[in-house]
Design a protein around this ligand. Structure first.
Ligand code: GDG
Length: 448
């Protein structure tokens, strides 16, 4: 069997939020003698056109630097100000500029050339996420005939949304150079198929294939997952180490954990919590919300806006309802260590996972895995998270409807133990069976 070459925008360096993915692929990479390639995170005025080996770690890692101009056009520009909002249905936030697209293509072409230098004929290539869509096309132009798979961590846009992208047909053509395109959910598979046909001019074939010159592409869902057994153990250990006084007797805790991103629906969640407090004075002082939102993608204007909006809303709700012994919302704008997060999930009674649009959402899965099966908490989950196709025993909500969400909060607080146990068991069984190893194996088997 040939090596496995994984590519993602950022090379995984140490324990990052995408830790689960690294763990899932580490064994495969070590067994097959594979390698992971991505940007170093360092900027360089004159980046070298070759990889630097990163020493240590369980598998080979090759890094390359971006220039400040590449970072601006490829990363902050086309990836984060065009593709990210588009793929999450936020066409109102699109910042379409010719130099963004040019920079995006140039970085992918440069990466393809560097990759060709180290590529062997029987290597399998697995490209991750929207930063690197054109990579297969660029490698084919250079003559590479390897089997190539692509996995999109975000949702796939509807054909209607994709019409807003001036180079929508080109985006479809990029995908036609992979043998396999993996998506998070059936919703995304449908959108991708429809877009390939309506915008790319492809023909839909039986069995999840489309035909678009030069090849037949399989499009299928591979819902990403976590190592649920490992996370359960971590949460069990860590819940005992939480700071004293965090969870007071007779008080209930709700938790939200999201990168501070406008797709995650944090303002809507805060408004719904405000609505809940407005309706239920008897719950004042008895319930609070911890929202952990480390900042990301600072420098992209839409991210400065979401920070201001959430700071304003949490301040307003606390101003309205707090008293000297109780702060309704604790809004934490910095990362929390993974083990503390695991303990917090377990200590919490309710998780609010209410994105406006999300490929999967791993927080939902982590929360479920962290629960005490004898006294589990309740997951309130947006119908727009890919995870809602799998976690059907959650309380499903429409994040745009604050009244429905406030009702779900009350339902969760009042839910009898037997029902909490039943719902939790159903979800936990699924997470143990369909874990991150199941996910990576599924994709690689389909890639062949
Ligand atoms: C993209 C897609 C898809 C968050 N804050 C802290 C922290 N986290 C960790 C969480 C979780 C991860 O980050 C976030 O993953 P999500 O899946 O929730 O969301 P995205 O970052 O948007 O990820 C998403 C995912 O890719 C995988 O394919 O599910 O749909 O958008 O693991 O726990 N971790 C630590 N401190 C924090 O403050 N340690």
């Amino acid at each position: 069997m040939g090596r496995l070459i994984c590519l993602s925008n950022r090379l995984p360096l140490g324990p990052t939020p995408s830790g689960g993915l690294v763990v899932a692929l580490a064994d495969t990479l070590a067994e097959r003698g594979g390698v992971w390639i991505g940007t170093s995170g360092e900027l360089s005025e004159t980046p070298e056109n070759r990889f630097t080996e990163i020493e240590g770690g369980p598998f080979r890692r090759l890094a390359f630097d971006l220039s400040p101009e590449e970072q601006a056009s490829y990363y902050h520009g086309y990836a984060n100000s065009v593709l990210w909002p588009l793929f999450h249905g936020r066409t109102d936030l699109l910042d379409i500029r010719g130099d963004y697209l040019a920079g995006y293509k140039a970085v992918n072409r440069r990466l393809a050339k560097m990759l060709l230098e180290v590529l062997e004929p029987d290597d399998r290539i697995w490209v991750h996420d929207f930063h690197l869509l054109p990579l297969a096309h660029d490698l084919r132009v250079l003559g590479a005939e390897n089997r190539m798979g692509f996995f999109l961590h975000t949702p796939f846009p509807t054909p209607l949304a994709l019409q807003a992208l001036p180079n929508g047909p080109e985006l479809c053509a990029w995908l036609s150079h992979y043998e396999l395109v993996g998506l998070q959910s059936e919703r995304d598979v449908r959108n991708c198929m429809d877009a390939m046909v309506q915008i790319g001019g492809a023909t839909e074939l039986a069995g999840g294939f489309i035909h678009l010159e030069p090849r037949q592409v399989r499009i299928a869902a591979f819902p990403i997952a976590i190592d649920a057994a490992e996370f359960r153990t971590l949460a069990e250990e860590q819940v005992t180490k939480l700071p004293e006084g965090l969870v007071k007797p007779n008080r209930r805790l709700m938790i939200g954990v999201d990168r501070l991103d406008y797709t995650k629906g944090v303002p809507q969640r805060f408004r719904a919590f405000g609505e809940f407090l407005d309706r239920h004075e008897d719950w004042h002082r008895l319930v609070s919300l911890i929202q952990i939102s480390p900042p990301t993608r600072e420098g992209v204007p839409a991210y400065d806006d979401i920070r201001q909006e959430t700071e304003h809303l949490s301040g307003q709700i606390n101003g309205t309802f707090a008293d000297i012994t109780w702060t309704p919302i604790r809004f934490i704008n910095r990362p929390v260590p993974r083990e503390v997060l695991a303990g917090l999930y377990r200590a919490a009674d309710i998780a609010l996972v209410t994105p406006l649009m999300d490929g999967m959402n791993l927080v939902a899965k982590e929360f479920v895995a962290a629960q005490d099966p004898d006294d589990p908490g309740v997951l309130i989950l947006s119908q727009f998270a890919g995870a809602s196709e799998q976690l059907v025993d959650a309380l499903t909500v429409n994040p745009h409807d604050p009244e429905q969400m406030a009702t779900a909060m009350m339902t969760a607080l009042a839910m009898p133990l037997a029902e909490r146990q039943r719902r939790h068991e159903g979800m936990m069984q699924l997470l143990l069976k369909k874990d991150v190893h199941w996910w990576s194996k599924g994709f690689l088997t389909a890639l062949g």
